[in-house]
Design a protein around this ligand. Structure first.
Ligand code: ATP
Ligand code: MG
Length: 351
């Protein structure tokens, strides 16, 4: 089984920071060991409202547990995040005290009309040495890394389109709300295979979006834009577009792009047998080494590739309920090609 890719920063010194959550465990110099000892104990009143079930996952700085809200049985995820020396608190409107950056970014990304492609923060609590976030938890759900692996490592172009449309939407909405996520990758996208809905999680490497260049990188190396490796600088939106290109490449090719792919992409001659011209074009538009040659973030969802099927109509849950009145059945989902799926009384939905 392939290993999940851990997020990191340009300066990896914080990996040496010690934070031990389990008071009974001996001090350790390894953050990984610390996370393994992380237990939802002594975490104050927030936990009295949830039953904690099992561990869902963990990254470099946190552990996430499956939870159930006691008052109504709502399925949630509880993320215990380590505080490190590098961690920031910021002030945002409407909150008198500074908030951990990750919490603040999730609040900003969710401010305004709800965006179903961004996971919601239900509540949070600051603790000594760590903070706890209670997040919505789709059910059933797995992250895209796991889903892709269960699918044999590569997706059909139709399913990749539906997923990418939602990821591009999430990325675009984050930026519109002043948030740079900076760690968009398979592991940070939840996928519900019944409804085909995607949700962006893990704002732990993010920052406020600024127009000037960033000079440090937080995120995952494989998705790091080439301009940072070359000049030590990058801008938020083109870097996001690059990460979306890497993600799309992985979904439809099964692996991240190699240098030889990037050379062909730069020359505008990259293609892959079985992939549509539009899909290859979008990959080439996102993965240009020169940021100014990349497609604009807001233009991605308008790309011709997304016109081949009506993503909104094919999605279930909130979207489907509003246009069709009921969730999709298995036949609907099989007919992912828009030429096969239609509903009398609906014109081409939401175009
Ligand atoms: N709301 C959620 N619902 C279901 N599963 C979740 C949820 N949030 C996280 N997970 C699972 O837990 C894993 C780790 O979560 P997350 O990415 O937020 O933390 P992390 O990678 O440890 O963060 P960081 O990079 O800041 O250390 C995810 O890849 C996913 O499998
Ligand atoms: Mg993560």
């Amino acid at each position: 089984m392939a290993q999940k890719r851990k997020s990191c920063s340009e300066n990896e010194n914080h990996y040496d920071l010690v934070y031990n959550f389990d008071q009974s465990a001996p001090p350790t110099s390894s953050i990984n060991v610390a996370v393994n000892h992380l237990r939802p104990v002594d975490a104050g009143e927030i936990l009295s409202r949830y039953e904690i079930v099992e561990k869902l996952g963990e990254g470099g700085f946190s552990a996430v547990f499956e939870g159930i809200r006691l008052k109504d049985g709502l399925k949630v995820a509880l993320k215990f995040a380590l505080k490190t020396d590098a961690m920031e608190y910021i002030s945002i409107p409407g909150h008198p005290a500074p908030l951990p950056l990750e919490v603040a970014l999730m609040m900003l990304a969710n401010k305004g009309p709800s965006v179903p492609q961004i996971v919601q923060l239900l509540e949070w609590q600051d603790q000594d040495g760590y903070y706890i976030m209670v997040l919505e938890r789709p059910s059933p759900c797995e992250d895209l890394f796991e889903f892709l692996e269960h699918q044999g490592g590569v997706l059909s172009e139709d399913l990749a389109r539906l997923i990418m449309w939602q990821v591009a939407q999430a990325a675009h909405m984050c930026c519109r709300r002043g948030v740079l996520h900076r760690d968009i990758k398979l592991e940070n996208l939840l996928f519900n295979k019944e409804t085909l809905e995607v949700k962006l999680i893990d704002f732990g490497c993010g920052d406020l979006l600024k127009t000037s260049a960033y000079e440090t990188f937080w995120g995952t190396e494989m998705y790091c834009p080439p301009e940072f490796k070359k000049s030590g600088k990058y801008h938020g939106k083109p870097a996001t577009v690059w990460s979306l290109g890497v993600l799309l490449f992985e979904l439809v090719c099964g692996d991240p792009p190699k240098n030889k792919d990037l050379n062909k992409i730069e020359a505008g001659i990259w293609s892959k047998p079985g992939l549509s011209k539009d899909c290859c074009h979008l990959i080439q538009s996102c993965l240009q080494r020169k940021p100014k040659h990349r497609i604009g973030l807001g233009k991605i969802i308008l790309h011709d590739w997304f016109k081949a099927q009506n993503c909104i109509a094919l999605l279930s849950g909130k979207y489907r309920a509003t246009v069709c009145g009921d969730p999709p059945n298995t036949n609907d989902l099989d007919m992912i090609d828009p030429s096969l799926w239609s509903k009398p009384s609906l014109s081409k939905v939401n175009e």
